[in-house]
Design a protein around this ligand. Structure first.
Ligand SMILES: Nc1ncnc2c1ncn2[C@@H]1O[C@H](COP(=O)(O)OP(=O)(O)OP(=O)(O)O)[C@@H](O)[C@H]1O
Ligand SMILES: [Mg+2]
Length: 149
């Protein structure tokens, strides 16, 4: 089942990310889908805040993956430039490292995503308003969404 959430401001986006309480769910995998500047990275910032990550979260564009230390490790991936090149091999290892994985542009590696995950589609409504469609797969991700919405 999908859940819809409307964010009217940037703060609403941050609050949604915080309410998912990822610290309680090691091995959570969150897949973000949405156009350029729809708010994927801002959403990751909300996660980082909830996990008490103190470093500033920036787009991992050229690194593909950035790792942050918090209550759980946060692995932030941006797979926009992922072809079959060497850096993108082994991404799957991170799904079981007992951290939280967030993947921007997850549609580009669809066949490599784990079955149990939370898909989030972000649509821009207007300047600051966004529609989030959350589709959890598996019990753990369903529980996280139900507690947050
Ligand atoms: N409700 C909102 N949620 C998210 N971002 C918002 C919202 N309102 C305005 N914004 C603005 O939209 C922009 C979103 O940028 P962000 O880098 O998060 O997008 P992105 O989807 O990661 O882009 P990219 O595809 O380049 O990685 C920011 O400038 C942010 O301030
Ligand atoms: Mg981004």
């Amino acid at each position: 089942m999908s859940h819809r959430f409307i964010a009217r401001t940037e703060e609403d986006t941050i609050t949604l990310a915080e309410n998912l309480e990822s610290a309680k769910f090691p091995n959570m995998v969150i897949c973000l889908y949405g156009d350029l500047s729809s708010g994927k990275t801002l959403f990751v910032k909300g996660f980082a805040h909830a996990l008490e990550v103190h470093d500033d979260v920036t787009s991992p564009t050229f690194n593909i993956i950035k790792e942050y230390v918090g209550q759980l490790p946060l692995f932030h991936m941006e797979v926009y430039r992922c072809g079959d090149d060497i850096e993108c091999l082994g991404l799957e290892e991170y799904f079981t490292k007992k951290g939280v994985v967030i993947i921007e542009w997850a549609d580009l590696i669809e066949e490599r995503l784990p079955k149990e995950r939370l898909d989030i589609h972000i649509q821009v409504l207007d300047n600051d308003a966004r529609i989030f469609m959350l589709k959890p797969h598996g019990e753990k991700h369903e529980e996280a969404v139900e507690a947050a919405i």
